[in-house]
Write a protein that binds this ligand. Structure first.
Ligand code: NCD
Ligand code: ZN
Length: 348
């Protein structure tokens, strides 16, 4: 094989992941642990992970559900779910735990299991102050929840109404603008200080909003923030492949059952962990930027979070494999991204 048909990388990390809980954990964890050394575990369980104690218990359940071969190779990095009632002392506790690495801000009602999220961020200013002091990153679901704002504009409006102000008021707070979907978000992050970074999903770089309505409504392409126009997809690819240290890999793999997706009111979320690194290899390859993949997938994230880079390596080959129509998900099924299609790259 020529060099461009094979690529060896420092083992990557997934900086935005949903693995759910209970019977669902074993169904999805091995896809992630086969590819990644660490993952930032999102706290939006049905009963959200609002305290260090709950994060520790959730972490134990995750480790308990890992296959034996992954128990020593995979480290779940936990997060807390910010609420109007989170205290500054909880942030201290979280930092001292060593296993909580960030705090997630869901505007109340913005996405799956966000009802207990923040309704007034100003009420959380003492907590943000404590986070800045402790070097604890704030992870932001950046969409306004105002139902009168067009759903395709909610990220852009969030930047103007909230994010710009938070960045200005808390210049030393580390902020990750999660799963960015617009050119506006790219420009905001590029223009901000080194304390502001962003994760980018594979699906927002593979698909534009036409994929939601391709010959009929496509519930498995519905996620939040919703897919955007082609010009935004292109801006995301440009950012990811730009060599900027501010952008890093976060799949936002978010499994739901087939039944709850294929419904009159289907859930938001796309499962992509089965191709957690392979989809990105395809995107970077197509952009003729495979040489930029390692920094995006394996260096920029740990550097931003102040963690060490991984030591192990993985190798990907340009080799097709068929993606299953469904994967087992607890006692039910989940439809993975590009079900029945091909992965263009394979993990050796
Ligand atoms: C996520 C989920 O299902 O938990 N859904 C999604 O569409 N991305 C929540 C989130 O990250 O918004
Ligand atoms: Zn998410």
């Amino acid at each position: 094989m020529t060099a461009s048909n094979k690529i060896t990388l420092t083992k990557p990390d997934d900086w935005h992941l949903h693995v759910r809980d209970g019977v669902f954990l074993p169904s999805v964890l091995s896809d992630t642990a086969d590819r990644f050394a660490r993952a930032i575990i999102m706290p939006n369980l049905v009963d959200p992970v609002t305290t260090t104690r709950l994060a520790g218990e959730y972490r134990s359940r995750i480790i308990g559900a890992l296959q034996n071969k992954h128990k020593l190779t995979f480290d779940p990095l936990m997060t807390l779910y910010l609420t109007n009632r989170t205290s500054a002392s909880e942030i201290k506790k979280a930092r001292e735990s060593g296993f909580v690495h960030a705090v997630k801000w869901y505007p109340a009602g913005a996405t799956t299991n966000s009802n207990q999220g923040v309704s007034d961020i100003v009420a959380c200013y003492d907590v943000l102050e404590a986070m800045a002091e402790e070097g604890m990153p704030l992870l932001v679901h950046g969409e306004v929840t105002d139902p009168t704002v067009d759903i395709f504009d909610r990220e852009r409006v969030f930047i103007d109404q909230f994010l710009t102000g938070i960045i200005k008021n808390f210049p030393t707070l580390k902020i990750v603008f999660e799963h960015i979907t617009t050119e506006d978000a790219v420009l905001l992050v590029e223009g901000a200080s080194d304390n502001v970074a962003a994760t980018i999903t594979a699906h927002h770089m593979l698909l534009n909003r036409n994929s939601l309505f391709n010959g009929g409504i496509r519930p498995h392409h519905y996620c939040l923030p919703v897919l955007k126009r082609e010009k935004h997809r292109k801006a995301l690819i440009k950012a990811a492949t730009s060599s900027s240290k501010k952008f890093f890999l976060g799949t936002d793999s978010a499994p739901h059952t087939k039944e709850t997706k294929e419904s009159a009111c289907g859930c938001a979320g796309i499962y992509s962990s089965h191709g957690g690194i392979e989809f990105y290899a395809e995107i970077f390859d197509k952009a003729e930027a495979l040489d930029k993949l390692e920094a995006f997938a394996s260096f920029n994230g740990p550097d931003f979070y102040g963690l060490t880079r991984n030591q192990d390596k993985i190798t990907l080959s340009r080799k097709q494999s068929v993606i299953a129509d469904v994967i087992p998900f607890g006692n039910e099924e989940c439809v993975p991204l590009r079900a029945g299609g091909n992965l263009r790259w394979s993990l050796d």
